[in-house]
Design a protein around this ligand. Structure first.
Ligand SMILES: [Zn+2]
Length: 458
């Protein structure tokens, strides 16, 4: 019997599981095991307009069968316009196939346009300005933040992560809450813009870690192990772009910037490596009990609005990201309304049946969308992008508000604002006047949302 079958039979949540299980020793000499301070707690604040309550029960036949294991795969610098989103080059056949059996969030936004201001806040479940951090580009997050993995572990779940860039060295705080924090695929002597390819090795490592976690399901005392949360972060699409043997000849396909063609090779290679993990999971006996989320920390610009790479602005190619959520039992579908990474923590907690205190998190679980009955209108929610100032970037914020795709108001700090209608102008080429009803509507939404932020100084 698998552990989730047992859970289902006894209606135990993860927290109840904790009472039954002794702390689990982890165990591979090659894995860096990090001890984490779990004594901190999230402060509650004023009532949020969104909450972490259970998702509304789906009206159709399908319903979430919690708790699930959750595997989170994040890919650095991956643009939203992959094959399943209409990009004509065959860069993502494996993710396209995965999208066909998942919920595709067609208008998902990252919280910022560079890694630390995106991933850290995403995994904390609060906007970057609200996190406890220093002001370095490679932001260090302090123990006072409560990361998702801490919540999972605090509820008795198992946690593991592997990643391959120096930013994920333990000292930056992203390891908080992980039983296993594996950086063995980080190239020796790695530099910030290291060209060495890592996705193949990371996928090998991810499979090995998942194998080991799954082996724990058959505990010596016969009791099933609690659910797990595992996170793997791929870096290869990040510049510098390198060629990959066997990649399709993207440069000859349809014009476009030369750099994009090489970037596309990186995406193609990473897609194949991520596809290997997805295919392997699909063959495991625990696949039917495991939700998988695939997303990116931010996108990449290739000349849009005169911009290249990422990290300074919050234009659409920079902050829109792919977001695929596969939950066993849910019908594949497309979600056309805008959503945000702020919803990731509530979603994972919802999947794992772990409660969060009222007001601790900003987002709302996406399971209501994943299990929405056909034809039922989905809730419209405003999206806030919040990128505080750093050594290499000025502060930027943006709200996307109203009916999707929505009006986007960008705040450049000081008095400068720009307003776009994403329905008519998806690439933000024609700013609207900062007068009239639409501007006032966007400004009011922006002020309402930013007024709720509990901004902390770095
Ligand atoms: Zn990044």
């Amino acid at each position: 019997m698998t552990f989730l079958a047992a859970l289902g039979a006894t209606s135990l949540g993860v927290r109840a599981w904790l009472a039954q299980r002794a702390p689990r020793a982890s165990a591979d000499a090659s894995v860096e095991i990090v001890s984490v301070d779990t004594t901190t707690s999230a402060e509650s604040d004023e009532p949020a307009t969104t909450s972490t309550k259970e998702s509304a029960a789906p009206a159709s036949g399908a319903a979430p069968k919690r708790p699930y294991n959750v595997v989170l795969l994040t890919i650095d610098t991956l643009r939203f316009d992959l094959g399943f989103a209409g990009y004509p080059r065959p860069v993502s056949p494996h993710l396209d196939a995965f999208a066909a059996r998942s919920t595709v969030f067609e208008r998902a936004y990252a919280l910022a346009s560079y890694t630390p201001k995106s991933l850290g806040p995403m995994l904390i479940g609060r906007y970057a300005s609200e996190t406890l951090r220093d002001r370095e580009h490679y932001t260090t997050f302090y123990p006072g933040n409560v990361f998702l993995a801490e919540r999972v572990r605090g509820a008795g779940g198992r946690t593991a992560a592997a990643n391959c860039h120096l930013y994920f060295s333990w000292k930056f705080g992203m390891d908080q809450g992980f039983d296993v924090w594996d950086t063995t695929t980080m190239p020796p002597g790695m530099t910030d813009s290291d060209p060495r390819v890592t996705s193949d090795k990371l996928s090998d490592r991810a499979i090995r870690l998942l194998e080991r976690i799954a082996a724990q399901d058959a505990a010596p005392d016969g009791a099933p192990a609690p659910p797990f949360f595992a996170w793997f972060h791929y870096i290869d699409p990040h510049a510098p772009y390198v060629h990959h043997e066997g990649a399709p000849p993207f440069a000859t396909m349809d014009g476009g910037p030369r750099a994009r063609a090489v970037y596309d090779e990186e995406v193609w290679f990473t897609d194949a490596q991520v596809g290997r993990v997805l295919a392997w999971i699909a063959e495991q006996r625990w696949a039917a009990e495991t939700a998988i989320i695939v997303t990116a920390d931010h996108g990449e610009a290739f000349g849009e609005k005169g911009h290249w790479k990422h990290g300074r602005e919050v234009w659409e190619p920079l902050v829109r990201v792919p977001l695929l959520v596969h939950v066993p039992g849910a019908s594949p579908q497309r979600v056309p309304v805008k959503r945000s990474h702020i919803d990731l923590v509530p979603t994972v907690l919802d999947l794992m049946a772990i409660p969060a205190g009222e007001g601790e998190l900003r987002g709302a679980s996406l399971l209501a969308d994943v299990f929405a009955p056909d034809g039922e209108p989905l809730e419209e929610r405003d999206v806030l992008v919040d990128m505080p100032e750093g050594p290499f970037n000025e502060a930027r914020r943006a709200i996307v508000t109203g009916r999707s795709p929505g009006l986007k108001l960008v705040d450049f700090g000081g008095a400068r604002r720009e307003l776009y209608d994403l329905a008519e102008d998806p690439w933000e080429n024609r700013p609207l006047p900062l007068t009239g009803e639409r501007f006032l509507e966007a400004r009011e939404a922006y002020e309402r949302m930013t007024k709720r932020l509990r901004v902390t100084a770095p």
